[in-house]
Design a protein around this ligand. Structure first.
Ligand code: GLN
Length: 485
C-alpha cells in the first residue's frame, strides 16, 4: 500500500479498496519502525491520526468526501498545529503547543487529509543539511551516511522512504527544492503570496513560502490545490483565483519555450548532475519544447544578497523569543536582562545565533545602507534578470543543486561552503517566483533534481511540463534500494 502515489491512494480510498484507517495504521507502523533510523519525524501523532482517519472513513461511506479525503500526509514542524507540539526544530520551542492551526494545516484538513505528525527540520529552517536540528539530523534514505538536504529534510525523507505519499514544507532559499532533489522527490515552492503564511513560524518573511512535496507532479498538483488561495490573515497573500492544477497537467508541450541559463551550468556544477539535467532538457525537446539559451547575469550575487536579507529579517522575527511569553526560559534568572540573555543563549543553536548576529549587524544604523540597502538593490537586479528572461521564454530549466547529497559533517566547518549549496535555488525566492524540483537521474546511486522556474503564478504550466516529463520517464518512481527491498 505504501508504494502507491497520493493520487493512487485517493483513487483506492474513493473506490473503497482499503479504508483510511487501514492505510493510516499501515503508514504509522512504518513511521514507528523506521524513525530510529531516518529520524524523519519529531512528533508522531498516532491517536490524532487514527481519529482523523475514522472521520474520513465516515465521510467516504456517506459519499460526501472532499478531494483528499483519508490520505495520510505529514506537516513540517514549522506549521502550527493546535494541541500538538510545534518545535520548529529548536530547543527554544521544544515545549510549545500552539493554540491554533496554520492556514495550510486547516485547509488540508478541510480537504480531508489525515496528518500523521510533524517532520524534522533544520532549526528555524536555517540550513541545507538538517544538521542544525535540535532533534538530530535526518538521514537520507538513499544513503544513510549522507544528508537529506534542508531545511525540509524530514518531509523529503518521509516521502522518499514511503512513510507518507506527501508532506508540507517551506522554502526561504531552497528548503523545499534542495531536499526534494537530494531525496529524489518532487517539490514545489509556489509564487510568493500564492499560499498563506499564517501560522507558519517566520524565518525571513519576504522570502518564506509554503509548498508541497510528493513523489509526482500530479500529487504535488493535488496538494497545491488544497493549500493555495487567499487568506485575509496573511497580508502578503494574493487574492487571485486558484486554477485547476490537475486539469492542466496533460497539455502537449509543443512550442513551449524553455530558457537554459548559461550561469546555471558553469564552474562548480557536478558533471554527473549536469549530464542528467541535460538529458531532461533533451526529453522535453523531444516532446516539442524549444530550448533557448538565456542569461541571468546577476546570478552570482544571489547568495551574498540572501545572506544579508534573510539574516536581517530573521533577527527581527526571532526577537519575539525572549523567554517571557512562550518557549524556553532559563532557570532562576537574576533579573530581566539575564532572563532574556540566558533564555536565548540556551534556546537557540549555533547557526541561529550566527544569523541573528549577522542580521543585527547589517541592520545597525552605521551599516544599514552599506549592507541591507545594497542587498535590496541587488535583489531588484536579480528580479529584473528574470523579467527580461520571461519576455523571451515560458519556463527556465537548470539543476536544482550543484551536487548530489553530501556526507554528514562534510561542510560543517565552513558555513560558506554550505551556503553555496543553494546557489541555484535562492534567486527564485529573492524574485518571489515559483520554482519546482523533480528527480531526473542518479549519480553514484544518489538522486539528482532538475529545477523548473516559472513566471509569477504560472504553477500550472510548470506542473504540466513536470508531469509530461514524468509520463515519459520513471525517475520519480524509483525507490531507495533499502526501501524497495
Ligand atoms: N539553506 C538556506 C538557508 O540556510 C535556505 C533555507 C530555507 O529555505 N529555509 O537559509
Amino acid at each position: 500500500m505504501h508504494d502507491l502515489t497520493l493520487a493512487e491512494m485517493c483513487h483506492g480510498l474513493a473506490r473503497r479498496e482499503f479504508s483510511s484507517s487501514e492505510l493510516t495504521r499501515h503508514l504509522l507502523a512504518r513511521c514507528a519502525a523506521t524513525n530510529p533510523v531516518y529520524n524523519a519525524f519529531i512528533t508522531l501523532d498516532d491517536a490524532g491520526a487514527l481519529t482523523q482517519a475514522a472521520a474520513a472513513d465516515a465521510r467516504l461511506a456517506a459519499g460526501d468526501a472532499p478531494l483528499l479525503c483519508g490520505v495520510p500526509i505529514a506537516h513540517k514542524d514549522i506549521f502550527c498545529t493546535r494541541g500538538l507540539r510545534t518545535s520548529c526544530g529548536s530547543r527554544m520551542l521544544d515545549n510549545f503547543v500552539a493554540p491554533y492551526d496554520a492556514t495550510v494545516v486547516e485547509r488540508l484538513a478541510a480537504a480531508g487529509v489525515v496528518s500523521l505528525g510533524k517532520t524534522n527540520m533544520d532549526e528555524f529552517a536555517m540550513g541545507s543539511s538538517n544538521e542544525t536540528s535540535y532533534y538530530g539530523p535526518v538521514k537520507n534514505p538513499w544513503a544513510l551516511d549522507c544528508v537529506p538536504g534542508g531545511s525540509s529534510g524530514g518531509s523529503a525523507a518521509a516521502v522518499a522512504a514511503r512513510l507518507v505519499p506527501g508532506a508540507t514544507a517551506t522554502d526561504t532559499g531552497g528548503s523545499i527544492r534542495q531536499p526534494a532533489a537530494l531525496c529524489g522527490v518532487t517539490g514545489l515552492k509556489p509564487t510568493y503570496g500564492r499560499v498563506s503564511r499564517w501560522g507558519m513560524i517566520a524565518f525571513a518573511s519576504s522570502l518564506d513560502q509554503a509548498g508541497p512535496m510528493a513523489r509526482s507532479a500530479e500529487d504535488v498538483a493535488l496538494l497545491l490545490q488544497a493549500m493555495a488561495g487567499f487568506d485575509e490573515r496573511d497580508s502578503t497573500c494574493l487574492d487571485r483565483p486558484v486554477p485547476d492544477y490537475r486539469a492542466a497537467l496533460d497539455q502537449p508541450l509543443d512550442g513551449l519555450r524553455i530558457g537554459v541559463p548559461a550561469e546555471y551550468f558553469g564552474a562548480g556544477l557536478n558533471p554527473g548532475t549536469e549530464q542528467a539535467v541535460r538529458e531532461a532538457l533533451s526529453e522535453l525537446e523531444r516532446q516539442g519544447a524549444r530550448l533557448v539559451d538565456i542569461r541571468l547575469p546577476h546570478s552570482d550575487l544571489a547568495v551574498p544578497a540572501y545572506y544579508v536579507i534573510a539574516p536581517a529579517e530573521a533577527s527581527a522575527n526571532l526577537s519575539r523569543f525572549d523567554g517571557v511569553r512562550y518557549g524556553h526560559r532559563c532557570d532562576n534568572p537574576k533579573d530581566l536582562r539575564d532572563l532574556f540573555m540566558r533564555s536565548r543563549a540556551e534556546g537557540f543553536g549555533a547557526e541561529v545565533q550566527r544569523r541573528i548576529l549577522i542580521g543585527t549587524y547589517c541592520l545597525s544604523a552605521g551599516y544599514y545602507d552599506a549592507y541591507y540597502n545594497k542587498a535590496q538593490q541587488v535583489r531588484a537586479l536579480i528580479r529584473q534578470d528574470f523579467l527580461d528572461a520571461f519576455a523571451q521564454v515560458d519556463l527556465i530549466l537548470g539543476p536544482t543543486c550543484p551536487n548530489p547529497a553530501f556526507a554528514f559533517g562534510a561542510k560543517g566547518g565552513d558555513p560558506v561552503a554550505m551556503y553555496l549549496e543553494d546557489i541555484y535555488t535562492i534567486a527564485a525566492n529573492l524574485a518571489g517566483l515559483p520554482a519546482l524540483s523533480m528527480p531526473c537521474g542518479l549519480v553514484d546511486g544518489k538522486p539528482v533534481g532538475v529545477q523548473i522556474i516559472g513566471n509569477y503564478f504560472d504553477e500550472a504550466r510548470m506542473l504540466n511540463a513536470a508531469h509530461r516529463f514524468q509520463q515519459a520517464t520513471d525517475w520519480h518512481r524509483r525507490a531507495p534500494p533499502e526501501v524497495a527491498a
